[in-house]
Design a protein around this ligand. Structure first.
Ligand code: WTA
Length: 655
């Protein structure tokens, strides 16, 4: 960390200004160093101390970390707590009249709930769930729009010890079905419809469809929040309105005290092979990560108006909408709509209207807003902002500078936060009152996070060179397993080639000579589309499931706004289609993928061929496809290619 000191004087760095530093939670390099040092010298003492300080325990723990069953670590294992109690009840004493959520609907309508209101809503809904005989450890699927209710649903599950799995509202009935089956969920919580950009998008009919597919017999109840009142089909045997479920329920619900390691939720995310992985998080370790990162990285204080724009369908919406802010007693914005409706000034207007102080969004959103109105933020009063954040993919320096100058008016530090569904909370990110920023770098690991960069044998790489990003010691917020598949958890994240010791993130990174981390991207076949992870495998399986398709391979192509787009190479069962035929089938396949997975997975381009480029042993040569998809010259070695003529055909066949 000595390097930080040495470069503090360099003017091309973005050093936090005095106004920010003077109020920051961590404002001196000494405080910061002493945290890092404490973690290095007494790792368990460090985390144990934080767990006692941040979490209110029902029963205190006596052991900090149990590493005996590597890599299935247990933290604070004999302690007992309830996450919803920590988010709500704890705030009732001092903050009961404080606004917890400012909800802005798609049409601009604003609803505010205080901590007291939210506590009542969560208790009533939790009692409603109990009345349906839903118990501790049961799984529930939540398939809802951004709303106060979705936060209530998640918190209510936590209150009774049930395990939620939120499915993003943009996913298809098929994706929903797969998650229902994999978790053997007993109930689905949904809404009749969601509103986005002035349009209603039905949700409940997709639940019906998912349950119709078969194999989803575990679901006993579907609870429906009435968002718009549109007509929906009703099944008396399983459907129940949210408002009817809670109407006669008591306003207090005794929390279920659970073990620190009790699963809080499962969230599905893409990997390079096979079906999406049900990432399972713990209660205490996860909560602790969400809380300390709110304090250190978001520099959160009670007076802040916090806004994380992520949907609760993703990990960011779990840690920095549903749990972290509430556990810290924050006032936060929850926004139903889209950044471009009614116009591209919507985000800036929300910041102005609600005097947002901390704003956290994704580079893809920033890039699209630059394109739609680089001068637009200047029309709004953004003087309330004091800190900006970025997440989901590397932020390119041009977008960073625009965000810094135009949105933050050169006043607000930007916290570029690197983390993953699996890590639960920020791992590498600047502590904003201390660390000088370099546009495009997520800077340094959080105190207590032993991140490093290694080669394929697990050996440390010197600064200035690229390698695999790893975390060398277990940390509290790390996912505990893949739901139902512990072997896969071990093989994916603690692979033998690294000696099984380190957590392997699946990203490549390098550290510059000042020790700053720069994330280069995924090392596996995972695409990052508009900040969302999608496995190429999933899209390929969806394509191959179409009766016309014999074989498919998918690659990513960099895209100015979305980060990456999907390019699909497809071999049909019949002849390779030409002209209008090719166009028609391509459209059909795009819609097919959209239906199978969701619109975000839709291929931008489909190229048909008689075959795919393969090695003599039959392996698809993806790097060649990547070059074709990107319109690059093929400079790679093609000597192992069985069928070189196929490259020409694939190059020509854009639809
Ligand atoms: C990428 C999102 C660079 C990375 C929280 C990671 C980033 C994947 C950043 C996880 C960042 C996320 N800079 N890359 N600040 N944040 N990523 O699970 O490739 O949806 O592995 O979690 O997003 O995506 P996930």
């Amino acid at each position: 960390m000595a390097t930080i000191e040495s470069i503090l004087h360099e003017t091309r760095l973005f050093v936090p200004n005095n106004t920010f530093v003077s109020q920051a939670n961590l404002s001196s390099i000494e405080d910061y160093h002493s945290l890092c040092k404490e973690a290095e010298e007494d790792y368990l003492g460090f985390w144990g101390g934080l767990a006692r300080e941040y979490i209110q325990w029902h029963k205190p723990f006596t052991q900090v970390l149990d590493e005996s069953n590597h890599p299935f670590f247990k933290w604070f294992d004999d302690g007992e707590l309830n996450v919803s109690f920590n988010c709500l009840d704890r705030n009732l004493e001092a903050n009961s009249d404080k606004v917890a959520i400012i909800f802005e609907a798609d049409d601009g309508n604003v609803t505010k709930v205080t901590y007291r209101d939210l506590h009542i809503q969560v208790c009533q809904f939790a009692n409603g769930l109990r009345s349906l005989n839903i118990k501790k450890s049961d799984r529930l699927i939540i398939y809802m729009p951004m709303s106060i209710e979705v936060v209530v649903a998640m918190q209510a599950c936590a209150r009774i010890g049930a395990i939620h799995s939120v499915v993003f509202g943009g996913f298809s009935a098929k994706s929903l079905h797969d998650r229902i089956v994999d978790t053997a969920a007993v109930a689905v919580i949904t809404a009749d419809e969601q509103m986005r950009g002035g349009k209603g998008i039905l949700l409940k009919p997709l639940v019906d469809k998912a349950l119709d597919i078969g194999g989803a017999g575990s679901v006993r109840s579907v609870i429906i929040y009435r968002r718009t009142g549109t007509d929906i089909q009703w099944f008396n045997s399983r459907d129940i309105w949210w408002h009817e479920l809670i109407s006669d329920k008591p306003v207090y619900c005794e929390p279920e005290w659970v073990n620190a390691e009790h699963p809080l939720f499962i969230l599905y995310t893409s990997g390079s092979t096979g079906k999406p992985k049900g990432i399972q998080h713990s209660s205490a370790g996860y909560l602790l990560g969400a809380m300390v990162s709110m304090k250190w990285i978001f520099d959160h204080k009670l007076a802040d108006i916090f806004w994380c724009t992520a949907d609760v369908g993703w990990i960011t919406g779990h840690s920095y909408v549903a749990y972290g802010p509430l556990a810290m007693g924050a006032t936060q914005i929850v926004f139903e709509g889209v950044p471009t409706y009614p116009d591209a000034g919507r985000f800036w207007k929300i910041i102005q209207d609600h005097k947002v102080t901390i704003f956290y969004t994704a580079p893809t959103a920033i890039r699209s807003l630059i394109k739609l109105g680089p001068e637009l933020p200047k029309k709004y009063d953004l003087s309330s902002l004091r800190l900006l954040g970025s997440v989901g993919e590397p932020i390119n320096p041009e977008a960073w500078i625009w965000y810094y100058k135009v949105v933050g008016q050169s006043r607000c530090p930007i916290v570029d936060t690197w983390w993953q569904t699996e890590t639960g909370c920020h791992m590498i990110a600047p502590v904003p009152g201390v660390v000088p920023l370099k546009p495009g770098s997520c800077t340094f690991p959080l105190p207590g996070i032993m991140a490093d960069i290694v080669d394929e044998t697990g050996h440390e790489i010197e600064n200035g060179k690229g390698g695999f990003l790893v975390i060398k010691r277990p940390f509290p917020s790390l996912a505990r397993t893949i739901w139902g598949d512990p072997e896969r958890f071990k093989n994916t994240y603690f692979p033998n080639d690294l000696g099984g010791k380190y957590y392997l993130a699946g990203d490549s990174a390098n550290r510059d000579l000042d020790g700053y981390f720069w994330i280069m991207g995924r090392v596996d076949d995972v695409l990052n589309i508009s900040g969302h992870r999608l496995g190429t495998m999933e899209i390929e399986s969806a394509l191959v499931a179409n009766p016309l398709v014999a074989e498919a391979a998918v690659v990513g192509r960099p895209h100015e706004i979305k980060g990456e787009v999907v390019i699909a190479f497809v071999v049909l069962k019949g002849l390779c289609p030409q002209g209008d035929d090719a166009k028609r089938i391509a459209t059909e396949l795009r819609n097919w993928v959209s239906k199978e997975i969701g619109p975000i997975a839709k291929p931008e381009e489909i190229r048909f061929g008689n075959n795919l480029p393969k090695t003599r042993s039959g392996k698809i040569m993806r790097r060649l496809l990547r070059a074709i998809g990107r319109g690059e010259q093929i400079t790679q070695d093609v000597s192992t290619l069985e069928n070189p003529e196929i490259l020409e055909q694939l190059k020509q066949s854009i639809t």
